[in-house]
Write a protein of this length. Structure first.
Length: 413
């Protein structure tokens, strides 16, 4: 099979759909599951929140092992198994009658959804695109954004109408059918005879600088001695920690002021802004080539959104609060999609897959604790003022931006 633009587009569409289900069920779903489990069982918020933390932590173990799993079993089998684990785990959330059953279900669902997450999207798209990868990944990762926009209200509506178990069975069956079709028809296909072009993978590897401290093509021995890896992993982890920590509490903070309906619409609009943010970042990377600088600018943009939230809350300004949510939302997608693009230019091709898996795993391990950390800070704030959350998120985004700028990389030709 020759590498062609239609084949590459088919892979991007497949990655988009996987991201839609992966994030819709495994990332944006747990806060909805939390409310449903508490309503059904009467268990405490801290107990069910701990299950969500375990859900994300379990995924980190699988993420770090995905490159080896892909090499041994292939992308189709790994993805299909992951979808099955996700469906089974979420069903466990719906039927758990004891806390240990809930934690067991959280471990299964957490291990499954990451096979449809960031590493999977990057792996599928990277087979077909090198120089055209920024735009291709932006298109694919938009599935993650739409997963939040579509699945949160969908889960709420299905659970309210038919109950948690029926909602899981319906969504799970649909997910397994769609992922099974993609696994059979698309995910196993690779370019048979790559041809160099702006949209397809070239036959010769792109020249990238090899960082000191590496041993041959093995990425693992020298990664922690590589300043490029450390700064990239740190920036991604800190940026996502700030992002997830703030978003986990933002709706609850806005609802008393704006009402639940307007607040939900505003949160949805902020999430939708991530689509535009991804395309702007992809265009900037294509035009200027400095991927670390573009990512740093995206973090700075989110910090500006945090400043808007601070000023809006202090002044009681609806306009500034709305602007703050939208500005912060514009960078949500780039926090996931830009680090793999940076890895493409900072590391030799043989190491990129391992590097991406490691930075995603480390980031997920960090942001698993973000809702708890931000919630604790909110509880300790005078009168429960959210200013500490807004300021904390803004400062952490600036720290992430500065970390990325600590290493200058060559521009990909």
């Amino acid at each position: 099979m020759s590498t062609s633009l239609p084949e590459g587009n088919r892979a991007v569409r497949a990655a988009f759909i996987l991201a839609l289900f992966g994030w819709g069920v495994g990332f944006y779903g747990p806060p909805v599951y939390l409310a449903a489990v508490m309503a059904r069982t009467g268990w405490s918020l801290s107990l069910v929140s701990a299950a969500i933390t375990l859900h994300f932590l379990a995924g980190t173990v699988v993420i770090a092992s995905l490159p080896r799993a892909y090499a041994r079993l292939g992308v189709p089998r790994v993805t299909m198994c992951g979808a099955a684990f996700t469906a089974l785990g979420v069903l466990g959330w719906a039927v758990a009658g004891q806390p240990w059953q809930l934690f067991a279900a959280a471990a299964v669902s957490g291990a499954g959804w990451v096979t449809m997450g960031a590493v999977a999207v990057n792996t599928i798209v990277s087979r077909w695109y090198v120089q055209g990868r920024p735009l291709a990944l932006a298109r694919a990762y938009n599935g993650a954004t739409l997963g939040g926009v579509l699945f949160v209200p969908l889960w709420a509506a299905l659970i309210q109408r038919w109950g948690f178990v029926c909602a899981v069975l319906l969504v799970g069956a649909c997910m397994l059918a769609v992922v099974g079709h993609l696994a059979r028809r698309v995910l196993g296909r690779t370019p048979a005879s790559p041809a160099p072009s702006a949209s397809a993978a070239p036959t010769a590897p792109v020249a990238v600088p090899v960082l000191a401290g590496r041993r041959g093509s093995d990425a693992t021995p020298g990664l922690w001695r590589s300043r490029a890896f450390v700064t990239l992993a740190f920036a991604m982890a800190v940026g996502l920690f700030a992002q997830i920590g703030l978003l986990a509490h933002l709706f609850a903070l806005l609802a008393p002021r704006f009402g639940e309906q307007f607040s939900s619409l505003l949160m949805g609009a902020g999430t939708a802004c991530a689509i535009g943010g991804r395309y702007v970042a992809a265009a900037a990377v294509t035009r200027f080539g400095q991927r670390r600088a573009v990512a740093a600018a995206s973090y700075a943009w989110q910090a500006l959104g945090g400043l808007g939230l601070i000023l809006g809350w202090l002044q009681g300004s609806t306009v500034l609060l709305v602007a703050g949510v939208l500005l912060f939302g514009a960078g949500i997608g780039n926090a996931t999609s830009l680090p793999p693009l940076i890895a493409q230019t900072d590391f030799p091709a043989a190491q990129v897959g391992v590097v991406v898996a490691r930075i995603v795993a480390l980031s997920q391990a960090a942001y698993a604790f973000a809702p708890l950390a931000f919630g604790t800070a909110l509880g300790m704030a005078p009168h429960g003022s959210p200013l500490v959350l807004f300021a904390g998120a803004a400062v952490l985004q600036v720290v992430a931006a500065l970390a990325l700028l600590g290493v200058r990389r060559a521009v990909l030709p």
